[in-house]
Write a protein that binds this ligand. Structure first.
Ligand SMILES: Cc1ncc(COP(=O)(O)O)c(C=O)c1O
Length: 301
């Protein structure tokens, strides 16, 4: 498999292993950083495209605004750097991409800069669970609330909470954690949004359920509606996870992956369901360009 050789740090392409930041920079000391995880997909006919690059740049800009970062990098700068870092690394398979913006200066709580950024391309294989599905645990850790650590902002520090839930799930013998909001409603998984199918309707926790406003979630809703599958964004109860016909998680990293049990109760018949497999196939078509649909979502590298 190819390896990451080069990273772009503040506009400079440097060897991947040589990127540096001071340990007392606010990006490290307080985790003051926002990022995007994206994917570049290799097309069967050759070449790569980045999936929904503009939407990722928009969300990153929103995060930088909420964090009040001083002189943040522009979308143009980040777009060019991301495309360049893919070319420089010459991947021969799909690449996982990261744009990250952090405070690189030392300072106090209200310090807003100087701000630095990176663009990176990394190898990342599809999980073996993609085909077979995941065993999920409803976590005893709750999802971050908007008025404390806003989940809408893809802030690095938010992943402390996701990590605790994941560590607990793994320690208890599960693959993944599903987190509830402080009100006890289903929010999302540690690094993915959640859909369930009940009576032929696809449902997903609404934007008010302390979710990250996932770009894959939006893609799934568009593809489902185009396939004639009714979609609801609404509050989801915990026990709906136990009686759902199908459940799947979605995100740039995990793509669409079935959940085949929750708290050891089988979901449906305990195998990835028909709606999940249909949407997985539709997703694969648009990300890889084997379907002509939604060419506006694919930025050629
Ligand atoms: C907490 C969380 N929720 C949801 C998602 C899915 O978001 P997206 O589809 O934009 O990748 C991610 C992605 O990394 C995530 O970290």
């Amino acid at each position: 498999m190819w390896q990451a050789r080069t990273i772009i740090h503040n506009g400079q392409a440097i060897p991947f292993a040589e990127a540096r930041i001071h340990p007392l920079a606010l990006g490290v000391a307080f985790g003051i950083a926002v990022f995007e995880g994206l994917r570049a997909y290799r097309h069967p006919g050759g070449g790569f495209s980045v999936f929904r690059l503009e939407e990722h740049l928009d969300r990153l800009a929103q995060g930088m605004k909420v964090l009040r970062l001083a002189d943040p990098p522009s979308k143009d700068t980040l777009r060019q750097a991301l495309l360049e870092v893919i070319r420089l690394n010459e991947p021969d398979e799909d690449a996982y991409l990261r744009l990250q913006v952090q405070i690189e200066g030392l300072g106090m709580m209200a310090t807003t800069g100087p701000v630095g950024w990176i663009a990176a391309a990394l190898p990342r294989e599809r999980s073996a669970k993609f085909a077979t599905g995941l065993a999920a645990q409803v976590s005893s850790w709750t999802r971050l609330p908007d008025n404390a650590m806003p989940p809408r902002v893809k802030a690095s520090a938010n992943y402390h909470a996701s990590r605790l839930a994941t560590l607990q799930a793994k320690a208890d013998g599960y693959d993944s954690a599903i987190l509830l909001t402080q009100r006890g409603k289903v929010s999302e998984a540690a690094a993915a949004c959640l859909f369930l199918v009940r009576d032929g309707v696809l449902a997903t926790p609404s934007r008010g359920s302390d979710i990250l406003e996932s770009i894959t979630r939006d893609t799934v809703m568009v593809l489902a509606r185009e396939a004639g599958i009714p979609v609801e964004e609404r509050e989801v109860d915990r026990t709906e996870l136990y009686v759902a016909d199908e459940i799947f998680l979605c995100g740039t990293g995990q793509e669409l992956v079935a959940v085949t049990s929750v708290d050891r109760l089988p979901v449906g018949d305990g195998a990835p369901g028909a709606v999940t497999r249909r949407l997985q196939a539709a997703y694969e078509g648009v990300v890889r360009g084997t379907s002509d649909a939604h060419s506006e979502w694919r930025t050629p590298v």
